[in-house]
Design a protein around this ligand. Structure first.
Ligand code: GLN
Length: 317
């Protein structure tokens, strides 16, 4: 597949930015104090293609917290380590139909998280990353984020402290998993490293490059480095389709038709396989936790560029 022509991509970005910049719907996440303090007017968009072109508009240089989008990259690493069959068996590949931090979802499914893209499944996935110490687990996860971006992504101590101090609910989830034998390392270590992986800072152009690595079948098109085994990419994208936009993932598939993942920091990353990635950043979130401007803009760009995976060529009778 050849990515659309550059002028068309840039026009789609600029049009979507203009269409949604004045949308003041939603509210910053406030259960993590740092996130509540980010300027709600920030709005950046970017596209990175599978052949290594980059387009951007708006606040594309602002670095924000990666949050739940980190779950995708840690999933990729754990899948390299244990293989897709073990991920499916131990974590799952179905939507939970419930909020990303739901304990009830665990109770309903015998303590199997169902998805690596909700908090329980992400903590379990972090625990599956091969490591003999906490530092090794963290170093491998950070290296993976950097390989995806092709740049030295860094941890924000400010975000990390803000999150570690307020993550009692995630710690409870980790203990619950541990008590049911569905966590595979020390529970507090897994929870701490998971929280750290959410606390790195990225720009919307980093996020587009990270998505483009998936769009290009696991090779970062900007550095040429293979980051993910080619055969694992479809499984990662399937997980994103099922749960990437939380409990509105079905709606997203219906309207937009490409896998995506959002984070409560306001980021959204969508992947058109073989083609390109779209990234957005804007802090105010809707009720399920997706960026309002980000979700609307990514949807508009994907529709504008005709990216839905479910479209077939039209046939005459
Ligand atoms: N660090 C956040 C948490 O664990 C990430 C949640 C998210 O982005 N959905 O709650």
């Amino acid at each position: 597949m050849t990515p659309p022509d550059g002028t068309r991509i840039q026009r789609a970005l600029d049009t979507a930015h203009a269409a949604h910049a004045a949308d003041w719907g939603g509210k910053n996440a406030d259960y993590i104090p740092y996130l509540a303090s980010v300027d709600p007017g920030l709005f950046g968009l970017a596209v990175a293609t599978a052949d290594g072109e980059l387009y951007e508009t708006g606040d594309s240089g602002y670095a924000f917290a990666l949050e739940s989008i980190s779950k995708v990259f840690t999933l990729a690493l754990a899948m390299e380590d244990v293989g897709p069959a073990a991920i499916r068996k131990k974590v799952g590949a179905d939507p939970t139909g419930l909020p990303f931090s739901s304990v009830m979802a665990l109770e309903l499914h015998g303590n199997k998280p169902l998805s690596p893209l909700v908090n329980a499944g992400a903590i379990a996935t972090t625990s599956l990353v091969r490591a003999s110490t906490r530092e090794e687990r963290w170093a491998r996860i950070l290296r993976t984020q950097r390989d995806f971006a092709g740049r030295d992504i860094a941890l924000s101590d400010e975000v990390d402290i803000s999150e570690q101090r307020t993550n009692a609910h995630n710690r409870a989830i980790a203990w619950l998993l541990y008590s049911a034998d569905t966590l595979y390392s020390d529970p507090m270590e897994a929870c701490e490293v998971y929280t750290r992986q959410c606390s790195t800072l990225v720009t919307v152009t980093d996020l587009a490059r990270m998505g483009a690595t998936l769009a290009a079948g696991g090779v970062n098109p900007f550095t040429g480095k293979r980051v993910v085994r080619h055969g694992n990419v479809p499984h990662i994208l399937a997980e994103m389709t099922m749960e990437g936009m939380y409990d509105t993932s079905g709606d997203w598939a219906y309207v937009v038709g490409i896998p995506a993942k959002s984070g409560v920091g306001g980021g959204v990353m969508a992947v058109s396989p073989g083609n390109l990635a779209i990234a957005a950043f804007s802090p105010p979130l809707d009720v399920v936790g997706n960026s309002v401007r980000g979700g609307k803009a990514v949807a508009q760009i994907a529709i504008d560029l005709g990216l839905s995976l479910y479209v077939t060529p039209e046939r005459r009778e």
